[in-house]
Design a protein around this ligand. Sequence first.
Ligand SMILES: [Zn+2]
Length: 282
Amino acid sequence: MHGPILAEAGSRATVGRLALTDKLNGMTDTIEHTNQLDVLHIGGPTVRLRYAGLTFLTDPTFDEPGDYPGPVTLHKLTGPAVPVDQVGAVDVVLLSHDEHADNLDNSGREFLKTAGTVLSTPGAAERINGVRGLENWESVTIGDVTITGVPALHGPEGCEPQTGIVTGFVLQADGQPTVYVSGDNASVDRVEKIVERIGRIDVAVLFVGAANIGRFGDIDLTLNARTAVLAAEVLGDALIVPVHGEGWVHFSETLERLRLLFHYAGREKQLLIPPLGTEITV
Ligand SMILES: [Zn+2]
């Protein structure tokens, strides 16, 4: 029995090109590390990606633990694994939505002002100066990278009036892996639509954690372990990099549960849980 592909903490780890040719349950292709994407998990949904000569940051959150009062108070349990002043220059922030503190907190909001470009939803572009909004399937090219806004659904069908509009992102560049960043998305159907339209995805950064504040009863606001496995099936031979899985009280499932469900689905080798604070190459 093998563990997940979990890079060890310590110095910068290179996982290396790893062709996993075993026939996994329902998997007919190979999963390969691309060796072309550097991933630094900072905490929650916040990840620094180095890709095709650019530095990206997903949903910036750098606050220390604390409470975020609102219609439902969110409780943050852990601070960033990398302090904001050690993140370095960021060319592009990929902000899935701006309305929720676990995706954009106070220091994250300040951070937006330092980034070259901030891409998010059209609504975020209206609310925050300097943000460029992307409609679904709208693309923008920055450097050598084409970035496309892709659908996300932050809860059950029809949840938008309560949970707002969220965007995912797909990164593409010549000779580079295609990278999907889900944002807060609970819908396997949306993942199917993205695969239909985009084609092969090599690396999928999935926002998991079964976020649940009770708004829709037990229906989660992001992927849970069960739906993440379904999404992984849809994504075929993509490497799955789960984030947004720990650090907040409303993340209602553990990463261990995620690992176990991937294991029992025969998909453990597809899963790469990124360590906090240590950059890995995938
Ligand atoms: Zn959210």
